[in-house]
Design a binder for this molecule. Structure first.
Ligand SMILES: *Cc1c(COP(=O)(O)O)cnc(C)c1O
Length: 390
């Protein structure tokens, strides 16, 4: 089976983890802050809070921005469930903004229309969570301008996007957002096994996120309600969680960061090869916006319903049967039973619906060989899949 994504672990990665295993601290030692510094420096963000997953990072990001009951959070319907669940954890309500037909990211035009409508109804969102699908940045300049006009905050779900850039700057520098979240799950660009990080330039948000990731507890006298009783003293200020990252995970993260640019370069070479293999076919390749340099976490193709002989489902089933680990990223969130029960109508998201009927993720990861790519494309274009135009 050729998977759609896969981690890349070197001997140096293994050595870095073993070194922590032999050290005094398996968790809450020196390596987590080191990893935070490495990622913050790479992205050009002032602060970072490492956590045990991007899901945890999204949750503490919402809490830090004081999302709560009565609030609305908007995101893209074409994302993983965590991008929306984080708002529900806080007791807020979720709504979706339809996608752009070319990038498959949240459409800034649809967002502007929906905001205008929401303003008239007095139901503006408190937070908008744009998701950089596949690692390609959303139209952040425009979304940021809308946030000023309508008064909402922004959390970038950059789970796919570490190593990517927007307008010549690294994603994660938070130029257009309050907080940016990364995931280090093994299928993502770099991995810590499980893990995530929340980037921000606002020291107050960092402080709040750092508390929420560890039970709502502080050990800093400056954050306490009274002088410490003694050197043992700490205070619980908020109701937080245990979302901490371990030093074992952070060591893998620091080591993986050394190869981040290499990973992204390799992903671009793979995408370039797919482009050559698919260029004279009706298969729609991922369109790259000139403002964005994608990290290329996913390689999503579309099978235009009107030119394919086999259905989307038939192509998918055939590829899986032939050992190609294709996937669909994602089932629109409003179609999930949990969200469906909230009353969402698929007809409100025509671009997401069209996308869902045509999109297939084919394998991309640094270890994928040109030969394997040839195999993937051969299966994708197998005779039954096509009309006879070529
Ligand atoms: C993977 C992913 C998440 C969740 O990441 P975890 O680290 O597994 O919690 C959130 N949002 C998106 C878009 C993702 O792809």
């Amino acid at each position: 089976m050729i998977p759609y994504g896969r981690q890349n672990i070197s001997q140096e990665d293994i050595d870095a983890v073993v070194e922590v295993l032999r050290s005094d601290f398996l968790t809450q030692g020196p390596v987590v802050p080191e990893f935070e510094k490495v990622v913050a420096n790479y992205c050009g963000a002032k602060h970072a809070a490492a956590v045990n997953s991007a899901t945890g990072a999204l949750h503490i990001a919402c809490l830090a921005l004081e999302v709560g009951p009565g609030d609305l959070v908007w995101t893209s319907p074409i994302t993983f469930v965590a991008s929306a669940n984080c708002a529900l954890y806080c007791g807020a309500e979720v709504d979706f903004v339809d996608i752009d037909p070319d990038t498959y990211n949240m459409s800034a035009t649809r967002l502007a229309e929906k905001l205008e409508h929401a303003k008239r109804n007095g139901r503006l969102p408190k937070v908008v969570i744009p998701v950089h699908l596949s690692g390609q940045s959303c139209d952040m300049e425009r979304i940021h301008a809308l946030s000023i006009e309508y008064g909402f905050r922004i959390i970038e779900d950059a789970s796919h996007a570490i190593g990517g850039s927007y307008k010549g700057e690294k994603i994660g520098n938070c130029r257009y957002s309050d907080i940016t979240v990364f995931s280090f799950h093994p299928v993502k660009i770099i991995t810590t096994g499980e893990g995530g990080m929340a980037m921000t330039n606002d020291p107050a948000l960092l402080k709040r996120m750092a508390r929420f990731r560890s039970h709502g507890i502080t050990r800093y006298p400056s954050e306490m309600t009274c002088p410490p009783d003694g050197p043992w003293y700490y205070q619980q200020i908020d109701l937080g969680f245990n979302y901490r990252m371990t030093d074992i995970q952070a060591a893998l993260g620091v080591s993986q960061m050394r190869r981040l640019d290499e990973f992204v370069t390799k992903r671009h070479a793979i995408a370039q090869h797919y482009e050559e293999l698919l260029k004279d076919t009706p298969i729609v390749r991922p369109w790259q916006h000139p403002d964005a340099h994608s990290a290329l976490h996913l390689y999503i193709v579309r099978l235009p319903a009107d030119t394919m002989k086999a259905s989307h489902r038939e192509v998918f089933e055939r590829m899986r049967a032939d050992g190609i680990g294709v996937n669909v990223h994602y089932i629109p969130l409003y179609r999930q039973p949990y969200y469906e029960r909230m009353g969402f109508q698929a007809t409100d998201f025509p671009e997401a619906e069209r996308y869902y009927g045509e999109a297939i993720t084919i394998p991309i990861y640094p270890g994928l060989t040109a030969e394997q790519q040839g195999e993937v494309v051969a299966r994708l274009l197998a005779p039954s899949g096509y009309q006879t135009i070529f």
